[in-house]
Design a protein around this ligand. Structure first.
Ligand code: SD4
Length: 347
């Protein structure tokens, strides 16, 4: 939308907007100046999600409400085939969703492998607020959602069904391959990337969002349909507290995207937060977590994408990923939106 109030900048490596260490000036942690409220989220579609979060944060609202409202945007978008409604189904043709949420008090809630509910993040929040538990899965999660007034819906759109049927022709089970490559450079992502799914879509892209509100409190949310055409019952990192998302209000918050199995192996988001506790900047903490993955599985790391995104208590943020192609959206005001490329390990 041309007429929108927002000024959207794409920060590219080498561009004038960058500080010396490659972090966009707007994101620089060097100034030390407090930056709040602020919201950051994974991938390009984070821009639209952040706007919904900003509607809450900009009015002095709570980070928890902001991240829930923010991730509702991709969850409800049928064109987004990796989150919520319209997400790619598993290999049996069932759309199963994973989501978790965490607040400034260490409260958290999660649902995994849940079908038929458009906004799993809100069910996760209800698990957090209304049960003595952290995680509900499968039919139990659905039952809980229905008991709490959520509507049962068909989440499989004709487009995603078509892509699944196309996939079924070969039914190659290769959930590891997802590297985006140079999508920023305008090279035409379709031609460039041999790893796209039929129908020209990516086979992943979770939204992870973390925010710091005006009161100085952090919260985060993470929601996904997981890997396209996964085994029925497969759960990734996204709904797992500590793996796909972690928040510690004393230190910072982190979220992950990419091949969840490898993120789980290193308890990635928790690791990033703990590194920030030790004094690492958000970007350095994300980098260290990526290095840990490379060290554990060097051959596998070459074939997959993983990105971490972190925000600390001061409002400084940063990311790091395995391969080029990961971006995150940062919003610090109604007119301040930036899409930032994550630095990456494999040059
Ligand atoms: C998963 N981490 O289910 C998710 C997928 C993802 O970008 O993030 N894709 O493993």
């Amino acid at each position: 939308m041309k007429s929108r109030r927002n000024f959207l900048k794409t920060a590219a490596l080498g561009a004038a907007t960058l500080s010396l260490d490659g972090i966009p000036a707007v994101a620089s942690s060097r100034s030390g100046s407090a930056r709040k409220p602020i919201v950051v989220s994974t991938w390009d579609f984070g821009i639209a999600a952040n706007r919904a979060a900003w509607d809450v944060l900009g009015k002095g609202g709570r980070a928890l409400d902001a991240v829930e409202a923010g991730v509702h945007v991709p969850e409800a978008d049928p064109k987004n085939q990796t989150v919520g409604y319209g997400g790619f189904p598993d290999r049996d043709g069932r759309v199963t969703l994973d989501a978790c949420i965490m607040d400034e008090l260490g409260n958290c809630g999660s649902v995994a492998a849940m079908e038929h509910i458009k906004h799993p993040i809100s069910v996760a929040r209800k698990v957090m607020e209304k049960t003595p538990h952290v995680m509900l899965v499968g039919d139990g999660a659905l039952q809980f959602a229905l008991e709490n007034g959520f509507q049962k819906e068909n989440l499989l759109t004709p487009e995603s069904e078509k892509a699944w049927k196309e996939w079924l022709k070969k039914a190659e089970y290769k959930p590891v391959l997802n590297i985006e490559n140079q999508s920023y450079e305008g090279k035409g992502t379709t031609a460039f990337n041999p790893l796209r799914l039929p129908g020209n879509a990516w086979n992943h892209d979770t939204i992870g969002m973390v925010a710091l509100d005006a009161a100085g409190n952090l919260s985060g949310a993470c929601t996904t349909s997981g890997m396209a055409f996964k085994m029925h019952g497969r759960v990734g990192d996204s709904p797992i507290i500590g793996a796909g998302l972690y928040v510690d209000n004393e230190v910072g918050a982190a979220t992950a995207t990419g091949v969840g199995e490898e993120v789980i192996r290193v308890v990635g988001s928790f690791l990033v937060v703990e590194l920030m506790r030790q004094g690492y900047s958000p970007e350095a903490a994300c980098k260290e977590a990526v290095l840990r993955i490379v060290k554990k599985k060097p051959a596998k790391a070459k074939e997959i994408q993983i990105g971490f995104l972190a925000l600390n208590k001061k409002g400084e943020h940063g990311a790091y990923c395995l391969h080029p192609g990961f971006s995150y959206a940062c919003t610090t005001g109604a007119n301040e939106e930036t899409l930032i490329k994550g630095k990456y390990y494999f040059q």
